[in-house]
Design a protein. Structure first.
Ligand code: FAD
Ligand code: FAD
Ligand code: SF4
Ligand code: SF4
Lengths: 382, 559
């Protein structure tokens, strides 16, 4: 670790590592990633790692579509010798209410505009996609065959190793404890292993992003919210797609190795940095999911855990350069879908930082939108 | 949701004793054991235990377990759930159990974690071949399931487990190629090592396993000598044909539940890994959660039982039960623990505990929502126990065979030897054990300070009756009678194999290294009784061999 870098990235999740990679690729290689624990120790290593393009806002749909293209070749793209575990078994979104079903139709229109190959599934065809599903109460469903999920650990390591190969340094078990701001510009960070100077500092700390930004005087509406998830014993493959219900707040997938991963949002979950798992969640999630997928009733749960969603008011990312500290950029607020949009987000941010053109307008993600009212409202989040 | 005053997780010696102690003060207890039969490690310990009478020393582990279990079943205030696994301890104090096929929730006022330990593994090429076992697994196969696990075994590790399991394999008719040990000395009790040496099992210190070989299953192992830096010395490789390799390389505390409960944890090498930090009454940093037995540091069943008792007392006491009585009981349990740990074999435990001791918190002990983890004060002040005890420095520590000097020092005077039978106690190491002292009704065996001392025989008081032979768990006591006849002397030795010889049989007499010294007549065989099961065999041998013959062999079997 040197005393000074061009760019310091705080946070070794998928965002921090992918941004490091894209920056290095564009020639900004004097980069240090600082992680307080180990790579993927935050939301990234705890997430469902679903990759879905069926979004309800143009921006999200585009980010997800273009990110999916990167995931499809991530090993080659980063020069990684492992397997990033992409499994494109599709996402089956099921609607339980009239209103939800109407929203789905609107979403499909938007998805088709950006070129996503999603389609509505008539009730009597749902079982062709997931044969053992209980269709009671289902109004309709949508499916996109190129949706899927990947291995969040390998994806992050792929970016990290690729970045290191180009000269990026990564330090783990090192915590950023302060930010140095002078005359309205970021100058560096203070860490548990000493101070480091930097021209640009990127805040990719997920659920900790608002706290971190406050150290530079930047007040951001990002809130950590606990989300819980569980995994079962591995069994023979019976389900290819991720199945998701917004109304019932759940998602469930079967990994390539056979275990079933499922998670659920709790509308009453308070804002907190708590990552303890609860038995109430375990019982509730098991009950809710097996209403829709009774075949999973006899599976044994082998583990449960929790992580944070970094929530923003309109459930969309905030990419913001602090007014109080020029050169201090926060990338957070992904509201539970930061894994799947990370590849394209990293490209967007890196293009901006290296003065390159981008088809997306980065300023739309700034916190200004909450003042101007130009929100990026996303209707379809678990 | 079920409410209970004291919940105990794990039905090993620590858990059983915790449940008994808490209920003895009046608390209502739920004891949860994941196995069908409670007893923990004890269900497979067919050998006699060390310790003192208070920890049932001299009884076989399996009997101690059965006795504790019977007491638990007889106690109305203890509810016992077997075949029930504790899954988790949550933030709100709810403990979930897989019980009768259901996800069952329990809300205890106090919780005692007594989950024991799991075996460690070694990495070497071929360690995934069928036939590579943990020693505990082999012991379960033999002693619980009645399955002979192999024909010829290489044992890796000469701690107590490696030595004892080797002995039990031998009892089951399995050949032991060797016991190998990486350290320059035997880690287990030397009486165990002596016992297997005279059965002809070599113990090789400073040796390691390089690889296991075989086509689809173990057919052998390659072992080698190692230097001070644990590197194999080229040219010392040996092929050991065998059909099983047994790893007895230590245990690690089963601490997942303590981690999950948010108990402060510390890595303490002397206690064999990460352990929950506890105070002197065994309460962890999370108020209301106590830890006892191997889960808070690998030790012995004797200590586990006392810790269990202490934790049970502490939990019930903190609920307000028997406030007058409890303090004295806690005190005596703490003294028992101190005594068990006072010798050189307890040095590492004392060091480990002193490294991370939780200062007692005064005040509320309610097991409520998880509170702060603060209050952890490292207490380095050393125990008052004395540390100037002697460790064995001779070759005895390398092979379990006492040297001539060591033997000469304990032999009775020549005069006394010619006068008639007398006990020879070949127990040279300071271990926490004293059944021999209790066994001799004439008071001929004594220890100087406490149960860690080596036993000394008073040659005037001992009349050579031989009662003590079958009561020594180390099988370290012999009786020699030079007055037997003009040309023959008598040696009485302990015997725990089948078939049992009969008087009139001629058997091979073996020296301390298992070498045959000749064939001698069995003069008498006495049974130690149905429970004790150790026989005493009297053998007529020439006078010049009576100090050499220490084992016998029937047929080809060295025993
Ligand atoms: C249960 C669950 C399920 C999810 N499912 C999905 C899904 O299916 N699909 C999807 O796309 N997304 C999903 N998400 C969301 C996704 O995980 C996140 O949006 C994404 O991982 C965010 O990545 P990140 O790099 O921004 O944050 P993180 O992975 O949280 O990384 C931030 C890192 O910053 C480090 N850090 C924090 N403070 C400091 C400091 N002071 N100094 C140094 N380092 C610091 C942290 O240790 C952490 O490693 C899910 C999230 C959860 C919790
Ligand atoms: C081969 C061998 C020889 C030994 N010889 C001696 C000896 O001669 N003298 C001596 O004093 N000691 C001896 N010991 C050591 C002694 O057996 C242990 O120290 C002692 O058993 C530890 O007791 P414990 O109650 O802490 O743990 P254990 O005996 O391991 O019991 C723990 C119990 O907890 C249960 N459990 C674990 N997790 C859960 C869960 N989640 N839910 C429900 N139940 C759970 C387990 O099934 C087990 O029954 C020997 C050990 C071995 C392996
Ligand atoms: S032989 Fe008899 S008298 Fe002598 S020590 Fe043993 S029990 Fe006591
Ligand atoms: S001689 Fe005494 S102290 Fe030694 S093992 Fe036998 S009973 Fe224990």
């Amino acid at each position: 670790m040197k005393k000074s870098y061009d760019v310091v990235i705080i946070g070794g999740g998928i965002i921090g590592c992918s941004v490091a990679f894209e920056l290095a690729k564009r020639g900004r290689k004097d980069v240090l990633v600082v992680e307080q624990e180990y790579l993927t120790s935050g939301a990234t290593g705890r997430c469902g790692a679903g990759i879905r393009q069926q979004w309800g806002s143009m921006l999200n749909a585009t980010l997800a579509l273009e990110s999916t293209h990167v995931f499809e070749n991530l090993e080659e793209y980063t020069g990684y010798d492992g397997d990033c575990g992409l499994n494109q078994g599709g996402y089956l979104l099921i609607a339980y209410t009239e209103k939800e079903w109407e929203q789905f139709q609107k979403n499909l229109e938007i998805q088709h505009q950006v070129g996503i190959n999603s389609h509505a599934v008539p009730l009597d065809c749902i079982k062709e996609i997931v044969p053992h599903i209980n269709t009671d109460g289902i109004q309709g469903a949508c499916f996109c065959a190129s949706d899927g999920h990947a291995d969040p650990f390998h994806c992050t390591y792929a970016y990290a190793k690729g970045a290191q190969g180009m000269g990026v340094e990564i330090v783990t078990y090192t915590k950023v404890t302060g930010l140095k701001v002078e005359n309205g510009r970021i100058r560096g960070v203070a860490t548990t292993r000493g101070d480091i100077e930097a021209k640009v500092v990127i805040n990719a700390t997920g659920g900790h992003a608002a706290q971190m930004a406050m150290l530079a005087g930047d007040e951001l509406p990002i809130f950590p919210e606990r989300h819980q998830i569980l995994i079962t014993e591995p069994v023979a493959h019976i389900m290819n797609p991720m199945v998701m219900s917004f109304h019932r707040h759940f998602y469930v997938q079967q990994t390539p190795h056979g275990s079933v991963i499922m998670g659920m949002g709790d509308p009453n979950e308070p804002v907190s940095l708590n990552t303890k798992a609860s038995w109430q969640y375990l019982e509730h999630n098991a009950w809710v999911v097996t209403q829709t997928l009774p075949a999973f009733r006899n599976l044994r749960v082998v583990r449960q855990w929790a992580g944070h969603y970094d929530m923003s008011p309109d459930r969309n990312p905030i990419i913001n350069e602090a007014k109080s500290a020029e050169g201090f950029i926060t990338i957070a607020g992904f509201s539970g879908h930061g894994f799947m949009v990370a590849p394209r987000t990293a490209i967007l941010v890196s293009n901006y930082l290296t003065g390159q053109q981008d088809s997306l307008d980065i300023s739309r993600f700034s916190v200004e939108r909450y003042k101007t009212g130009e929100l990026l409202l996303e209707p379809s989040v678990v | 949701m079920k409410h209970i005053e004291v919940m105990v997780i794990g039905g090993g010696p620590a858990g059983l004793c915790a449940a008994l102690a808490a209920s003895s003060l009046g608390a209502k207890v739920l004891l949860v054991e994941r196995d069908e039969i409670p007893g923990g490690q004890l269900v497979k310990q067919t050998h006699k235990f060390f310790g003192s009478e208070k920890q049932y020393a001299g009884d076989r582990g399996i009997h101690i377990g059965q006795m504790l279990l019977e007491n638990v079943i007889a106690e109305q205030d203890i509810e016992l759930w077997t075949d029930s696994t504790v899954l988790a301890i949550y933030e709100d104090g709810v403990v979930t159990v897989e019980h009768e096929g259901k996800h069952t929730k329990v809300k205890p006022d106090r919780l005692i974690i007594a989950t024991g330990a799991a075996e460690k593994f070694l990495s070497f090429p071929g360690n995934d071949l069928p036939g590579v076992y943990g020693a505990g697994a082999v012991q379960t196969l033999m002693n619980v399931d009645g399955v002979k696990p192999a024909k010829r075994v290489l044992m890796v590790g000469a701690g107590n487990i490696g030595l004892i399991v080797s002995y039990q394999l031998k009892q089951a008719g399995v050949e032991i190629a060797a016991v190998i040990e990486g350290l320059p000395k035997i880690g287990g009790y030397l009486v165990h090592a002596s016992k297997i040496q005279r059965a002809g099992i070599p113990v090789l210190t400073r040796h390691t396993i390089l690889e296991a070989y075989g086509n689809g299953q173990v057919e052998g192992a390659i072992i080698a000598s190692i230097d001070e830096t644990w590197q194999p010395i080229p040219g010392t490789e040996q092929k050991i044909p065998c059909d099983a390799i047994c790893l007895a390389v230590g245990l690690s505390p089963l601490t997942e539940l303590a981690w999950q409960a948010g108990c402060a944890m510390a890595f303490v090498r002397e206690l064999s890994g990460h352990v929950p930090v506890v105070d002197d009454l065994l309460e962890s940093s999370r108020p209301g959660i106590y830890c006892a037995g191997d889960v808070s540091g690998i030790e012995e069943a004797s200590a586990a039982m006392v810790e269990g008792r202490l934790a049970g007392l502490s939990a019930a006491f903190s609920l307000g039960y028997e406030a007058n009585e409890a303090k004295a009981l806690q005190q005596s349990a703490m003294e028992e623990l101190a005594e068990l740990r006072a010798g050189p074999m307890g040095q590492h435990i004392r060091d480990g505990i002193n490294k991370v001791k939780l200062k007692r918190k005064i005040g509320n002990h309610a097991f409520e929502n998880q509170t702060e983890k603060s209050g952890i004060v490292k207490d380095y002040s050393s125990d008052a126990t004395n540390t100037c005890r002697a460790e064995i420095k001779t070759s005895l520590i390398n092979d379990g065979i006492p040297t001539k000097e060591e033997l000469d020092a304990i032999y009775p005077s020549d005069k006394r030897l010619t006068e008639g039978p007398i006990a020879i106690v070949e127990c040279f190491q300071e271990i926490p054990c004293n059944p021999c002292v209790k066994a001799c009704k004439r008071g001929a065996i004594s220890m100087l300070r406490d149960i860690n001392d080596v036993p000394v025989v008073d040659e005037e008081l001992c009349n050579g009756c031989g009662l003590c032979i079958s009561l020594c768990p180390g099988l370290a006591i012999f009786v020699v009678d030079k007055s037997y006849s003009g040309d023959m002397a008598l040696i009485k030795l302990p015997f725990e194999y089948v078939p049992v010889p009969k008087s009139g049989h001629f058997v091979a007499g073996l020296d301390r290294a298992g070498r045959e010294l000749g064939r001698f007549e069995v003069v008498r065989v006495t049974s130690g009784g149905d429970k004790n099961k150790t026989f005493t065999v009297s053998l007529a041998v020439p006078h010049d061999l009576v100090m050499e013959v220490r084992g016998i062999r029937i047929g080809e079997q060295a025993i």
